[in-house]
Design a protein around this ligand. Structure first.
Ligand code: AMP
Ligand code: GLY
Length: 440
């Protein structure tokens, strides 16, 4: 049974976590909310700082904190602590953790393992080969048509940047060199995957699961390229919108039956019960929906686009996933605001390669005053000296600085509102895409 009051510790310090905190704070079941990242001013305004050093290697400190503060639920936002095993490390009958176990998080943290799992269960995905040796990888690419396009991926976690989409053989050879010889991606690319390049539009599908039941959330689309018209380098995500016109009930049913359920079944056959959020990045190819990747947590910035449309209480859903098989059934169904959301990311100059930090930011309060607009903090912090900015002012502290989200009756209206709000916020060299959700 879900307790009447839940004390919650939220792990993570980006825009996704600010959006989760904002929603969790609206829960009538919330007792106290703590954050591991009070340096994020958005989180600091909603949650108390954890008074213990947070690290997965020293998880006993967090455990002690949870016991002392009577934390009922730890909600883990980012993939790194999940891949490092935070869920297993904190597991305690009194402290439930939202987020999959270390073994289940391999779905994201080891793309080669995930690919083999999909292959063995006939889950539709791109054809792929795996290589640890640069010479063998290069030989494979040379044995194919020079004009053939490949996608070269680091098997490990690379902060969303370990995927190189190549137009032809020479580009693939270059990507192999960067990953396996120059080691630009470090140990994330100890193993690389060379995939066929699929064609079609992409959607992000999110499902909450307690290990038995699935609750599929409204789908959304994100924009990973830095510049408008999907040009420029891949980023962690420059914007997202929800719902997507690309998915109808039939396609969603197909994705559930051919991808989500078989994946959870395949994991179960490996002895792994998946609990938490399963994120499937899917390409709608002429041959049907195919998996590009799995992630084991909410997308960032997709979370910021979805959460403002979610009606009702998120906390019982998160608790249900953490409590295990059957617990999700006791949470109310998720209802969705029929309006559209559009989330626009404001990024620092130089992002993604070399973001400039410490730039004063103005206009957030004005943007937040607009109706149906939310501003979520990702890479901001309070200025720490008069030299940087006026005392109390905010400066940039990361590549992705803010997510500006607006709701509108149409996607176009949502985008126009989000843009109007984004235009009120200033910092030197601000980067944003004005085409999130198409140019309609
Ligand atoms: P991922 O992090 O695996 O989702 O990859 C990042 C982006 O690379 C995806 O959103 C796609 O745009 C692209 N991508 C990944 N795999 C493929 C593929 N097999 N074919 C075409 N594009 C891909
Ligand atoms: N926006 C993509 C991700 O969170 O991986």
């Amino acid at each position: 049974m879900i307790p009447d009051r839940l004390n919650v510790l939220l792990v993570g310090g980006g825009g996704r976590e600010h959006a989760l905190a904002w929603k969790i704070r609206q829960s009538k079941r919330l007792g106290r909310l703590f954050t591991t990242h009070p340096e994020n001013p958005g989180l600091a305004a909603l949650a108390r700082p954890i008074d213990a050093h947070f690290s997965v290697r020293e998880a006993y400190r967090t455990r002690q904190f949870c016991i002392r503060e009577k934390i009922n639920l730890v909600v883990v936002g980012p993939e790194e602590p999940l891949a490092q095993g935070i869920t297993d490390a904190l597991a305690d009958p009194d402290v439930l953790v939202f987020g999959p176990s270390k073994a289940a998080a391999m779905l994201e943290a080891d793309k080669a393992w995930a690919k083999r799992l999909m292959r063995s269960s006939l889950i539709p995905t791109a054809e792929a080969r795996f290589f640890k040796d640069a010479r063998e990888a290069a030989e494979y690419v040379r044995s194919r048509e020079e004009a053939e396009s490949h996608v070269v991926k680091a098997a490990g976690l690379a902060k969303g940047k370990g995927v190189i989409v190549c137009k032809n053989g020479p580009e693939a050879l270059d990507a192999i060199e960067r990953m396996l010889i120059k080691r630009e991606f470090g140990e994330a690319a100890d193993e690389v995957i060379i995939e066929e390049r699929l064609q079609g539009p992409e959607v992000s599908v999110f499902a909450l699961t307690d290990g038995r039941d699935l609750v599929i959330l409204d789908a959304c689309q994100d924009h990973k390229r830095l510049r408008e018209h999907d040009e420029g380098p891949n980023t962690g995500g420059m914007g997202a919108f929800s719902p997507t016109p690309l998915l109808n009930a039939r396609l969603m049913g197909e994705i559930q039956a051919k991808i989500l359920v078989p994946t959870l079944d395949a994991l179960r056959r490996e002895g792994i019960e998946y609990r938490g959020l399963l994120y499937a990045g899917i390409m709608l190819t002429p041959g049907g929906p195919k998996v590009l990747e799995f992630n084991v947590r909410f997308g960032d910035p997709e979370c910021q686009a979805i959460v403002p449309r979610m009606q009702g209480d998120l906390l019982p859903l998160l608790w249900g996933c953490a409590a295990g098989p059957g617990a999700l059934a006791s949470a109310d169904d998720v209802e969705w605001d029929a309006r559209h959301s559009c989330c626009i990311v404001l990024a620092s100059p130089g992002y993604p390669e070399n973001p400039r930090l410490g730039l004063p930011i103005t206009g957030i309060a004005e943007a937040e005053k607009m109706p149906d607009v939310q501003v979520f903090h990702a890479g901001t912090r309070a200025a720490d000296s008069r030299k940087e900015a006026e005392p109390g002012a905010l400066v940039t502290s990361g590549g992705r600085v803010l997510s500006v989200v607006a709701l509108g009756d149409t996607l176009r209206q949502a985008r126009e509102k989000a843009l109007a709000a984004a235009d009120l916020i200033h910092f030197e060299g601000k980067q944003l895409r004005r085409d999130i959700g198409g140019r309609s």
